[in-house]
Design a protein around this ligand. Structure first.
Ligand code: NAI
Ligand code: MG
Length: 356
């Protein structure tokens, strides 16, 4: 198989961990006889430095011509003083918009070897295997108006939660398709007791579910979902929710695994290319020290193999290699504990490659 992959390392540890994902994809290519062609583009602060914009047109073009996009992370203190339109995060919001990425998938998986890195008790997190599906193009983050004004001498402010029914339908359908390949359960999270948008969301979920008699649908209110995630995370298979609820709940779910450095993600569109990135940021506090955990980026590459290229065996080979390396006791600093072999970013990458 021949595939073109756009690589956007971005800033800070984004550069360090993305090297790991690329190296691992190369190793997979060698072992299974695929040709992956990598082309590099700039995004975020590093793009501001070279092009004066966080998302140059060249980068968008490069992504559009590719079969999949691998992203590192953007941002850093050096860019915090820039005006809003030049901030690195703008580059990220804009590439999502340009590529029509409407669903963000964040799997949370229990690693028995890392049980001691989670703040939660082993009995609670044992065997957790869930995917959060977050709507990415609508809701409060994009609704207009979003502005301040003065009414009768009072400062007032408004944000708008706007959705088209179709935006709800496509992401909920995607969640059902995913559940069908997994444990057959969709939990739709809303605030239907208060919000009209949530009442429509629930209606759409019911409608979509009619075409999936083999998948169970349950509705959970968002405040209850926040509690259940910590009390009883095993009850979840696929969780689907609107943009802001998903933003908050997916960070909460990430705690179950133990470290931000372990969590991959995929963002899907109608036609592709899809975009893969670790959920963590550019971590300026550890940048340049060769201590960042590259596994979230490497596991994002596994998601790419599975979801963009349909290479299930190859994806499993990456996930198994990560498991083996953890079981053998190799740990980057963030997941290190007594009696384990602490290794650097580059050593961790080498271990995973060697295992593949
Ligand atoms: P962060 O995710 O960069 O770091 C949070 C904490 O987790 C830090 O202590 C960091 O050292 C640690 N950490 C993160 N990834 C790690 C890894 N792979 N291995 C070991 N430790 C890891 O979030 P923070 O500090 O809030 O933001 C830093 C910068 O990143 C900001 O400019 C922010 O805007 C940006 N950011 C970018 C994101 C993206 O590109 N998708 C997402 C989140 C933040
Ligand atoms: Mg967030």
């Amino acid at each position: 198989m021949k595939k073109r992959i756009a690589v956007l390392p971005g800033d800070g540890i984004g550069k360090e961990v993305t090297r790991g994902a690329v190296d691992v994809l190369k190793a997979i290519g060698e072992r299974f006889g695929h040709q992956f062609y990598f082309s590099y583009g700039k995004i975020g602060g590093s793009a501001v430095d070279s092009f004066g914009t966080p998302l140059p047109d060249e980068t968008v073009e490069l992504c559009r011509e590719s079969d999949a996009v691998l992203l590192g992370a953007v941002g850093g203190p050096k860019y915090d003083q820039l005006p809003v339109h030049l901030r690195p995060e703008r580059g990220l919001l804009k590439i999502r918009k340009e590529l029509g990425l409407y669903a963000n998938l964040r799997p949370t998986l229990y690693y028995s070897s890392l049980a001691e890195s989670s703040p939660l008790r082993k009995e609670i997190i044992e065997d957790v295997d869930m995917v959060m599906v977050r709507e990415l193009t609508g809701g409060l983050y994009f609704g207009k108006p979003s502005e301040r004004s003065t009414q009768n001498g009072q400062d007032v402010v408004v944000d708008t939660l706007f959705y088209q029914r179709e935006e709800m339908t496509r992401v909920i359908k995607l969640a059902f398709d995913l559940a069908r390949q997994r444990k057959g359960k969709v939990t739709s999270v809303d605030k239907a007791n208060v919000l009209e948008s949530s009442r429509m969301w629930r209606e759409v979920a019911e409608e979509v579910s009619k075409a999936y008699p083999d998948v169970t649908l349950e509705h959970v209110l968002v405040d209850n979902a926040a509690m259940q995630l910590i009390k009883n995370p095993r009850k979840f298979d696929v969780v689907v929710t609107e943009n802001m609820f998903g933003d908050i709940l997916s960070d909460e779910a990430s705690v179950l695994t133990g470290s931000l450095g372990m969590l991959p993600s995929a963002s899907l569109s109608e036609k592709g290319p899809y975009l893969y990135e670790p959920i963590h940021g550019s971590a300026p506090d550890i940048e340049g020290q060769n201590v960042a955990n590259p596994l979230a980026s490497i596991l994002s590459a596994a998601m790419m193999l599975r979801l963009s290229f349909g290479l299930e065996e190859e994806a499993k080979a990456v996930e198994n290699a990560v498991n083996e390396v953890l079981n053998a006791g190799y740990r980057t600093k963030d997941i290190s504990s007594f009696g384990k072999k602490q290794v650097s970013t580059t050593e961790m990458i080498e271990e995973v490659k060697a295992t593949i």
